[in-house]
Design a binder for this molecule. Structure first.
Ligand SMILES: [Zn+2]
Ligand SMILES: [Zn+2]
Length: 226
C-alpha cells in the first residue's frame, strides 16, 4: 500500500515518494550552494565581492527576466491575446521596424509589457548590485535591437556563433525563425526556454484563441437543425 504523502515525514524512512525526495534533495542542494556563495563572498576582498555581485545581478536579470517575460507575457499573448500578434507579428511591416524604430503606441505597449518582467527582476536584484542590474537591462535592450537585424541582412559572424551557441543565446537568425513561424523559437535571449514554452503552448492549445476561432468556424459550417 502506498504510504501517505506527508511533507513532515522525516526523509529516509521510505515513506516519501521519489518525487518528494528528489525535491527535498534539490532544496537542500540549493540551500548549500547559497550558503557556500554567501560564505565565499564574505571572505573575499571587497573588489572581488563587488564584481561577483555585479555578475550575479546581471545574469539573474537576463535569465530570470527572460523566463518571466516568456512564460508570463510572450506565451500567454500567443495563446489568448492579440496585442503581440497584431504588433510584433504584423507581417505587413518589417519586424525591424516594430522592434526598433516604431513609435506606434500599440507597438510600444507590447514592448513595455514584455520588458516589465525584466524591470521587476532588475529591481529585486538591484539590492545585490544596482550597476549589475542596470547592465543586465542595457544588455537586454541591446539584444532586442541585435536579434532583429536579420532583416538588415546582417549575418552573425562565425566566431560569435561559436562563442554564443554553447551559452544558448538567441542569435538573430534564431529569432528570425520566430517571425517566420510564430509557433517556434521562444525565449527572447535564451534558447533553453523554447522547448518548455512549446510544451506549454501545446498543452494549453485547446484553450487558445485559435482553437476558439476554429470551433466557431466549424459550428457555423454545421447546418441549422443538424
Ligand atoms: Zn521579434
Ligand atoms: Zn511572438
Amino acid at each position: 500500500m502506498t504510504a501517505p504523502l506527508i511533507a513532515s515525514t522525516p526523509p529516509g524512512d521510505g515513506q516519501l515518494n521519489a518525487m518528494l525526495r528528489a525535491r527535498l534533495r534539490c532544496t537542500v542542494a540549493l540551500k548549500r550552494v547559497f550558503v557556500w556563495y554567501i560564505e565565499l563572498i564574505v571572505q573575499l576582498p571587497s573588489e572581488i565581492t563587488a564584481s561577483m555581485l555585479f555578475a550575479t545581478a546581471l545574469i539573474v536579470t537576463l535569465v530570470v527576466g527572460d523566463f518571466a517575460s516568456t512564460f508570463f507575457y510572450h506565451v500567454p499573448q500567443h495563446l489568448w491575446f492579440t496585442l503581440h500578434l497584431r504588433t510584433h507579428h504584423d507581417r505587413r511591416r518589417s519586424y525591424f521596424d516594430h522592434a526598433v524604430l516604431s513609435t506606434n503606441p500599440a507597438v510600444l505597449l507590447d514592448g513595455l509589457l514584455g520588458a516589465i518582467p525584466y524591470l521587476v527582476v532588475a529591481a529585486l536584484v538591484a539590492r545585490l548590485s544596482w550597476p549589475g542590474a542596470l547592465a543586465g537591462l542595457v544588455l537586454g535592450q541591446l539584444h532586442v535591437w541585435w536579434r532583429h537585424t536579420t532583416q538588415l541582412r546582417w549575418l552573425t559572424p562565425g566566431w560569435a556563433r561559436r562563442f554564443l551557441r554553447p551559452l544558448a543565446i538567441v542569435l538573430p537568425e534564431d529569432h528570425d525563425g520566430h517571425h517566420r513561424n510564430p509557433d517556434t523559437e521562444f525565449g527572447d535571449i535564451f534558447r533553453f526556454y523554447d522547448a518548455p514554452a512549446r510544451a506549454i503552448l501545446a498543452w494549453l492549445a485547446p484553450t487558445s484563441r485559435r482553437a476558439r476561432k476554429a470551433g466557431r468556424r466549424t459550428t457555423r459550417r454545421v447546418p441549422a437543425g443538424a
